[in-house]
Design a protein around this ligand. Structure first.
Ligand code: PRP
Ligand code: URA
Length: 207
């Protein structure tokens, strides 16, 4: 699948198994979630734009680089917040937007309850964080609000993505890059990812 990056690092795959395991406690779930999200984010920002700079080492002048992209992290409330800590650890100067979405338990349709976004310019790289991409309805909803603002790039970081959701997103937004630890093939009747890991928000926040 073009523009879908399954990050197969050994640590990520090991952490994913802890997250999938129903016996993993709240405390451990948070522990592995924070770590896997940091590693996934690390991979997702591997090719941010660099600007050349000059600097001096203790011995001589030399060339260096600094990240020149303006980053906006957009966690999708509520579960996307779980990924924010790892992201900010790596890119502490980022601006942060928020979108609050909730899936209806019967129809699995997402409805929005909150939206607050910093100014998006042609220099902005918007990184959407949401650990679960199931039907794709929530992510399409977010992208329909972000894409018309014409940022330089949009990147999505999730933990588990379902084939159905990826297809739905790519039909409308084929150029958006999606980074994930795994792609699961099925959704159940209530549109939960199978095997998945259950409700990410509930497991991370202890609901
Ligand atoms: C989850 C998840 C995504 C959405 C994915 O959120 O965090 O936002 O479902 O499902 P979709 O691809 O079928 O739209 P949920 O609505 O459970 O809310 P929460 O983050 O508050 O737990
Ligand atoms: N949201 C979750 O948290 N888990 C799923 O499997 C699907 C949507």
């Amino acid at each position: 699948m073009k523009n879908v990056y399954i990050v197969k690092h050994s640590l990520i795959q090991d952490f994913l198994s802890h997250l999938r395991n129903r016996k993993t406690s709240l405390h451990k779930f948070r522990h592995y979630s924070d770590r896997i999200c940091q590693l996934l984010f690390f991979e997702a920002i591997r090719d941010l734009q660099l600007q050349k700079i000059t600097l001096e080492t203790p011995l001589s002048k030399t060339g260096g680089v600094k990240i020149s992209d303006e980053i906006i992290i957009l966690p999708v409330l509520r579960a996307g917040i779980a990924m924010l800590f790892g992201a900010l650890y790596l890119l502490p100067k980022s601006k942060i937007g928020f979108i609050g979405l909730e899936r209806d338990e019967k129809t699995a349709k997402a409805s929005q309850y909150y939206w607050k976004m910093p100014l998006v310019t042609e220099k902005s790289v918007v990184i959407i964080t949401d650990p679960m991409l199931a039907t794709g309805g929530s992510l399409v909803h977010v992208l329909r609000q972000v894409a018309p603002k014409n940022p330089k790039r949009i990147i999505v970081v999730c933990v588990v993505a379902a084939t159905e959701g990826i297809k739905m997103v790519q039909k409308e937004f084929p150029r958006v890059k999606i980074f994930t630890a795994v792609v699961d093939k099925k959704l159940n009747v209530t549109k939960y990812i199978v095997p998945g890991l259950g409700d990410y928000g509930d497991r991370y926040f202890g609901t």
